[in-house]
Ligand binder design. Structure first.
Ligand code: FEO
Ligand code: CA
Ligand code: CA
Ligand code: CA
Length: 646
């Protein structure tokens, strides 16, 4: 344990317990319905202390099957390649043996690959809809003999054009209606009018301050207002008016070419800051078959990615929009909550080592009585980045605000941003860095907890951290942690906050203080399930924090399958709810509005965390003779029909 961390921990232990001071223990609290999305089900009085989580914990394992606690059951709702229209499913065997143009054409209408965020929406006609991000693609699992097992790179000539274009069409977002059958099991509705694919080639409007900026203009779009496709859609959020905010994360992965052949030094520097080009481009081959992914030919195309994309799952005819006022980063998630004054606050993280946390506060107010009035709300407002102090306080530093097309930037920003204010939104990382934002350990998901009335921010891990800072006290941080941000006045609009670390992930009972699982500043008991690499989270009606992990299998972590855990912030207990498949990460998590069903996504089952070319699973073994593992979305429910958290 580093000296600095010891100091921070000691000071934390000396503080009065956060929750005791909040008076939450033992007291009934009002469940607010201010949390975003269509998921709120009104207000009711509940008692967190007497509640919840009666299930017997499971423990991390390496089994090639889904494990849930006794009394629960699960099934697959939809998987990669399932037809969303009335046509045929993807011909998985042919894709594996030698992908054709016919397969590329089918993929445009079939459920995408590597399901990440899962959002539950309900239409006014009662239709239940899942909006699911399709983050990336594993050609080494989906295409036969793709890798050269000596170099661990794609073989010469791979991916083929068809493989590459199929991957492009398997990215993006899949929107799918789901329905319960007579046994109460969810299946997807083939051919539903709500079903929709948004892929790496779908036209998407640009709105907000960066629309029409010179850096967004390309030969295919000389006006800088229409992008083809959305890529690396990782996590997301739901707006209070029932739209999806899908987040473009590692968009750099798709761009190839040589930075040295770009003459404009400003563009070169901006691309460097975002990791463009990327060696991963060889796995996708987009730049080999489509010039817009070759930065030598289209140096501005990467500026058209890295945004939050608003999509209306309830209206298949509404075009998606990239909302540039929310900044351009490697967006993990975009969690909405309505502030006390009625504005919408969007919490966001930039998932890369040493990157920053952000929030956006709309200028206008959410109108719950007029859905249409809220489209465009995310185009005007103020973008902030977070600075954490080591006395457990912090502040939101204003980067820039935009109103009626006029941008006001922070007066402490360097001239480059003052001379071209739109740059704050395009080079958001550079602006945050210039203003002294705190470097975090890979910020992943955010959620507003309506019971603790605080924002929960997930730092997945940072095995390269050489020295600590207050909110990232471990170095290296191999296991990750979660930070609770308590906004002043419990108002998400505030610019000051206090913070704490409810969970430092790790191994329960480990004698190594840098590796041990710590819950609310106390080492966890030996019978608590170990946890690492927290990623996506969801908060249930009682304030429990459901944590999906992405990294348990790693060598420096648990070497077990990823899973779903639940932290009860009131009795401070952690339990494990679900264990996944070798090589997969678990995404979602999500609930139905009545909390009878839990949803999660099994992403990249079979992927080798050590990149040695092994295929770790062919799950879900569907008896169709197909060797390829298939990313899938699941539901889980209690067999006794009670609420999922009962
Ligand atoms: Fe795609 Fe940050 O996880
Ligand atoms: Ca993630
Ligand atoms: Ca979430
Ligand atoms: Ca992750």
């Amino acid at each position: 344990m580093g000296e600095y961390f010891g100091e921070v921990l000691q000071r934390a232990l000396n503080r009065r317990d956060l929750f005791k001071t909040m008076g939450l223990l033992g007291a009934g609290v009002l469940v607010s319905s201010s949390c975003g999305g269509s998921g709120s089900s009104g207000s009711s009085v509940i008692s967190p202390s007497s509640s919840s989580l009666s299930f017997k914990t499971i423990y991390p394992n390496t089994e090639d099957r889904i494990t849930v606690p006794d009394g629960f059951e699960w099934d697959i709702i939809v998987k990669w390649g399932d037809a969303l229209d009335n046509g045929e499913n993807l011909n998985w065997n042919r894709v594996y043996e030698g992908c054709t143009q016919a397969d590329v054409d089918r993929q445009k209408y079939c459920f995408g690959y590597n399901n990440d965020f899962v959002g539950y929406f309900k239409a006014s006609d009662g239709a239940e809809i899942l909006a699911v991000n399709n983050e990336y693609f594993n050609p080494e699992l989906a295409f036969k003999d793709f890798l050269d097992l000596t170099t661990l790179k794609p073989k010469t000539g791979r991916p083929t054009k068809e493989e590459s274009m199929l991957m492009l069409e398997a990215h993006g977002v899949s929107i799918v209606e789901i329905k319960k059958d007579k046994d109460g099991k969810y299946t997807y509705v083939k051919g539903s009018k709500y079903n929709r694919r948004i892929t790496g080639s779908t036209p998407i409007n640009i709105s907000g301050p960066a629309k029409g900026h010179k850096l967004l203009k390309t030969s295919k779009d000389p006006n800088g207002e229409l992008v083809y496709g959305t890529l690396n859609n990782c996590s997301a959020g739901k707006t209070p008016w029932g739209t999806l905010l899908s987040c473009e994360e590692n968009f750099n992965s798709y761009f190839g070419g040589d930075l040295n052949n770009i003459s404009d030094s400003n563009i070169k520097n901006l691309h460097k800051r975002y990791g463009i080009p990327s060696s991963y481009s060889a796995w996708y081959g987009f730049h080999l078959y489509d010039d817009r992914f070759n930065i030598e030919k289209e140096p501005n195309e990467p500026f058209r990615f890295g945004w939050v994309v608003e999509i209306d799952p309830l209206n298949p005819n509404r075009p998606p929009v990239k909302r540039t006022a929310l900044g351009r980063i490697k967006h993990e998630a975009a969690t909405c909550v309505v502030s006390k004054s009625g504005k919408v606050v969007v919490y966001m993280g930039d998932d890369e080592r040493f990157q920053y946390i952000y929030k956006f506060v709309t200028k206008g107010k959410y109108d719950p009585n007029n859905r249409e009035a809220n489209f465009g709300l995310l185009d005007e407002g103020t973008l902030y980045t977070a600075k954490f102090n080591d006395d457990f306080t912090g502040e939101w530093i204003m980067l820039a605000s935009v109103e009626a097309g006029k941008i006001t930037v922070n007066s402490n920003l360097p001239d480059i941003y003052k001379n071209d204010p739109v740059l704050v939104f395009i080079d958001t990382r550079g602006a945050a860095s210039a203003l002294g934002a705190t470097q975090m350990d890979r910020p992943e998901d955010f959620e507003w907890n309506p019971i603790t009335k605080s924002a929960w921010a997930v730092m997945t891990y940072n095995d390269k951290r050489p020295s600590p800072n207050a909110p990232n006290p471990r170095y290296p941080n191999n296991f990750g942690h979660i930070i609770e941000i308590k906004e002043e006045g419990e108002d998400p609009e505030s610019t000051k906050f206090k913070w704490d670390i409810p969970i430092l992930c790790g191994i329960s009972g480990s004698p190594d203080t840098n590796s041990q699982l710590v819950l609310y500043k106390k080492p966890a008991s030996n019978d608590t399930p170990s946890i690492s690499a927290p990623d996506n989270i969801a908060i249930d009606k009682l304030g429990n924090v459901w944590i999906a992990t992405d990294g348990n299998p790693g060598k420096s972590r648990l070497q077990k399958n990823d899973g779903v855990y639940v932290l009860n912030p009131f009795n401070k207990e952690l339990k494990m709810f679900l264990s996944g498949i070798p090589g997969c990460e678990i995404c979602g998590p999500e609930f139905t509005n009545d909390y009878k069903y839990f949803f999660c996504a099994i992403q990249h089952p079979g992927e080798d965390p050590e990149d040695t070319g092994r295929i770790l699973s062919q799950w879900p073994y569907l008896n169709d003779g197909v060797k390829i593992p298939r990313p899938s979305v699941l539901f889980v429910r209690r067999k006794d029909g009670k609420d999922i958290y009962a």
